[in-house]
Design a protein around this ligand. Structure first.
Ligand code: HEM
Ligand code: HEM
Length: 411
């Protein structure tokens, strides 16, 4: 064995990992952090764990076939060793923190390596999720800095010091092949960066995360578009109301922009909470005499987000809302009664995921006259609708609390 060169195995592991990391870093920053990034995010997990496994093999290999002595001695030699140690630390810490992030995510997304091999979660508390995300990102930045320094040092040795550094880490000892590998790593990395869509979205998402809950802007647009096929024709509700109430049809209310529709469920001690950004409704109700009221709300289930956008795809899948088959949920009141000076109870039917069941909603009205603030809540038994089947929902409590708040003006 030549003690001045890296062994062939060490060389191939070095370059294999360099290519994988170049792709992994581009993926990490470039994968959209919303549901559209789901496939890339799965790829990021598989490739990241593969890097972890390759790194373990590489470290084992290094013990079996020790690296050649550094070409420079003294303080510089120490720097080289520290730099290499830092790179090994990065190769371990980046995938380990990534694995910890997915292990502590509020909704458990199972990891299937390359879509095939089930990969377990680390037993860590969910509360650590946000910190781990920050750590994972920070380590990626630190790793890139080391990576850049490492490549510059290699080029410096090759072109300025003209020593054997590059050659001894190159296949067949040919420095030209090493330089070709370097070019390949850069082409792969920047090619992926250019091809992946997610950079701006990632930042926009972060900004949104830090800001207050985004106003449900689309609720307003949708509120203008009446529930054509579901709401009763105005005459129909008028005649129904007239039967109940001689005073004529109850006034109808327009839902104002900026309302919120949120949901919360306990997940093994911590709360998962999220919101729907697209929903609409028609409300006909006389606050003084709600008996003839008619309330219809329709929710676009694909607009559900729990804030950790990479997981929202899970909510749309077969285990949760199955939005492909049932894109909307509707609530339609059958009776509304006054329970206090400004509080009400609406009974009706909730249709979700193909099932229709009785559902009660309570709410209060603030304000007066033609401008009111509506806030209320409901407790939904998710199992009655088959939402949250399968392992990923095992820790989630059966009762989901739904809360809403919006302004309404009488038309
Ligand atoms: C893509 C361009 C890269 C080039 C041109 C390059 C070049 C080199 C060279 C020439 C050496 C031998 C150093 C010596 O003889 O002292 C080396 C070693 C090393 N490289 Fe790279 N490298 C690259 C990418 C990476 C990446 C992405 C990593 C990991 C994050 C990495 C980690 C290491 C480590 C840990 C060593 C020391 C191996 C040991 O002594 O066990 N390299 N690299
Ligand atoms: C060598 C390995 C890895 C590197 C270099 C790496 C790098 C990155 C980078 C740069 C980001 C983007 C950070 C941000 O913009 O916030 C990221 C995000 C992420 N990575 Fe990794 N990663 C690695 C391994 C893994 C592994 C093994 C997993 C899981 C099994 C993983 C899971 C994640 C997750 C869930 C996110 C998104 C976090 C968020 O929503 O902010 N990563 N990764």
């Amino acid at each position: 064995m030549d003690a001045t060169r890296y062994s062939t195995g060490a060389i191939w592991l070095h370059w294999l990992i360099a290519f994988a990391l170049a792709a992994e870093l581009a993926l990490g920053f470039g994968m959209p952090k919303d549901a559209s990034g789901f496939t890339l995010y799965q790829l990021h997990k598989s490739l990241g764990i593969t890097i972890l496994l390759l790194t373990l093999v590489r470290i084992g290999w290094r013990f079996a076939r020790p690296a050649p002595e550094t070409l420079v001695g003294g303080f510089q030699g120490l720097l080289v060793k520290a730099g290499h140690l830092g790179l090994y630390a990065f190769m371990l810490a980046a995938p380990l923190t990534g694995w910890a992030v997915v292990s502590t995510a509020p909704i458990d997304v199972p990891t299937l390596l390359w879509g095939v091999v089930p990969w377990p979660h680390l037993p860590l508390a969910d509360g650590l999720n946000h910190t781990l995300e920050e750590a994972h990102e920070l380590i990626a930045f630190a790793g890139m800095a080391l990576f850049v320094g490492h490549v510059l040092a290699a080029l410096y040795h090759h072109f300025l010091l003209k020593d054997a550094t590059m050659a001894r880490m190159s296949p067949k000892g040919a420095a030209g092949l090493g330089l070709a590998m370097l070019a390949g790593v850069l082409v792969l990395h920047f090619g992926l960066v250019a091809a992946l869509p997610g950079h701006e979205e990632g930042e926009a998402e972060e900004a949104a995360e830090d800001a207050a809950p985004a106003p449900a802007a689309s609720a307003s647009a949708m509120a203008e578009d009446p529930l054509a096929e579901e709401s009763p024709a105005p005459e129909a509700s008028a005649s129904a109301a007239a039967e109940d109430e001689a005073a004529g049809p109850p006034p109808s209310w327009a839902i104002q922009p900026g309302g919120t529709l949120r949901f919360t469920a306990d997940n093994g001690g911590t709360a998962i909470s999220g919101s729907f950004s697209r929903w609409q409704g028609t409300i006909a109700m006389d606050p003084e005499n709600p008996a003839g009221a008619d309330i219809a709300i329709r929710i676009d289930l694909a607009s559900a987000s729990i804030g950790d956008a990479t997981q929202d795809e899970m909510l749309q899948g077969g285990d949760f809302f199955n939005t492909g088959a049932n894109p909307t949920a509707t609530f339609r009141s059958t009776s509304v009664e006054k329970t206090g000076s400004n509080s009400y109870r609406a009974r009706g039917t909730l249709s979700l995921r193909g099932a229709s069941r009785p559902q009660t909603i309570t709410f209060t009205l603030g304000g007066s006259g033609a401008r009111r603030q509506v806030s209320g809540s409901a407790t939904v038994d998710r199992n009655a609708f088959g939402v949250g089947t399968g392992e990923s929902a095992a820790g989630i409590a059966p009762n989901v609390r739904v809360e809403f708040s919006f302004g309404a003006t009488s038309q």
